[in-house]
Ligand binder design. Structure first.
Ligand code: GLV
Length: 335
């Protein structure tokens, strides 16, 4: 509860967010790039992390002497889960909801691209080569979606509607999930009958390096990996090795362990790999939508009301649909 208009620091990567006049109407706003953050933090109530890839919050957190709340303009909050913030009373919220459907559409596009061999068609067209091939059906194919939060659920709905058989993997195994039916524990994935392995989990200690050489060896050689979560969910050198050896059918990768993907990465040139630059959820209007979502939360905060999308800092994600006032419900609708 604040008596005065809150002071908000906006951490950006050089280009501030759009439509910030909507925020400036209700708060005193300080804009900061990474090097400017330490000087901007003292006395600020709220930090709006626009540059969600930045490690600067951890580095300057000691300067945050009045901070009550950090809001991330992203779904993932992995860069905010450092010990000092975890142990503090500072609330963390994320942009849950903005990316769900766009990311689900991206995953469907990747599935269709593999099945219909569109990525090869584009490469052949570039060389004006007419080469007939047989393609695959997607109906009845099995997609295992790792991550049973709202993004994973939107992906499940989209892929089911397209005729795939879906199942999930999350923290807790169960067989009565409304969107996935069966959910297996992601700690020990059964991958033997999976055609599309879709990664949409938050990056936490438990999910870091989840898809390693062992997991890849349990996949069918025709399986495709689709990663829209975080690069570090996968041990990337193990993935490269599996692809090079023909032990995996292909990969659509929107996220990487190093971004931008370095020029010398073999992934760029693999014929069965689709590379996109961390954009699976970024459909036209997304930046305005992110600011609008922050604005709604800020209005509630300024009026002494509850915050939406409060992240359970121990788990690293929003753990229930009706989170309010820092309470998280820990229901089964988590990842
Ligand atoms: C983007 O990667 C996000 O976490 O929103």
């Amino acid at each position: 509860m604040t008596q005065h208009p809150p002071t908000v620091v906006v951490l950006h990567g050089g280009t501030p967010p759009p439509v910030m006049d909507r925020i400036e109407q209700i708060a005193a706003v300080r804009y900061a790039t990474e090097p400017e953050l330490p000087a901007a933090l003292p006395g600020a109530d709220v930090l709006f992390v626009w540059d969600f890839r930045s490690d600067a919050v951890a580095e300057s957190f000691a300067r945050a002497d009045a901070l009550r709340w950090v809001h991330a303009a992203s779904a993932g909050v992995d860069r905010l889960l450092f010990p000092q913030l975890l142990e503090s009373g500072v609330a963390v919220t994320n942009s849950r909801g903005v990316f769900d459907q766009p990311m689900a559409e991206y995953v469907l596009a990747a599935v269709l691209s593999f099945a219909k061999d569109l990525h090869t068609s584009v490469r052949l067209q570039d060389r004006k080569q007419w080469r007939h091939r047989e393609t695959e059906r997607i109906a009845g194919k099995h997609a295992l979606i790792v991550g049973t939060g709202p993004i994973g659920r939107a992906i499940a709905t989209q892929l089911s509607a397209a005729g795939l058989r879906v199942s999930g993997a999350g923290r807790v195994a169960r067989d009565d999930d409304p969107d996935f039916g069966t959910v297996q524990a992601s700690a020990d994935l059964a991958l033997g009958d999976v055609d599309y392995l879709v990664l949409a989990a938050p990056l936490t200690e438990q999910t870091h390096g989840l898809i390693d050489a062992d997991a890849l060896a349990r996949c069918k050689p025709t399986a495709r990996l689709i990663n829209v979560g975080r690069g570090e969910l996968v041990v990337q050198p193990d993935l490269v090795e599996a692809l090079e050896a023909g032990r995996l059918g292909g990969a659509a990768l929107d996220v990487f362990d190093t971004e931008p993907l370095p020029q010398d990465s073999p992934l760029w040139e693999m014929p069965n790999v689709l590379v996109s630059p961390h954009m699976s959820g970024d459909t036209a209007g997304w930046t305005e939508e992110l600011v609008q979502l922050f604005r709604e939360n800020l209005r509630s905060y300024a009026a002494g009301g509850p915050l939406r999308n409060v992240v359970d800092k121990q788990r690293g994600y929003v753990s229930g649909p009706g989170d309010a006032g820092g309470q998280t419900s820990g229901t089964e609708r988590d990842r």
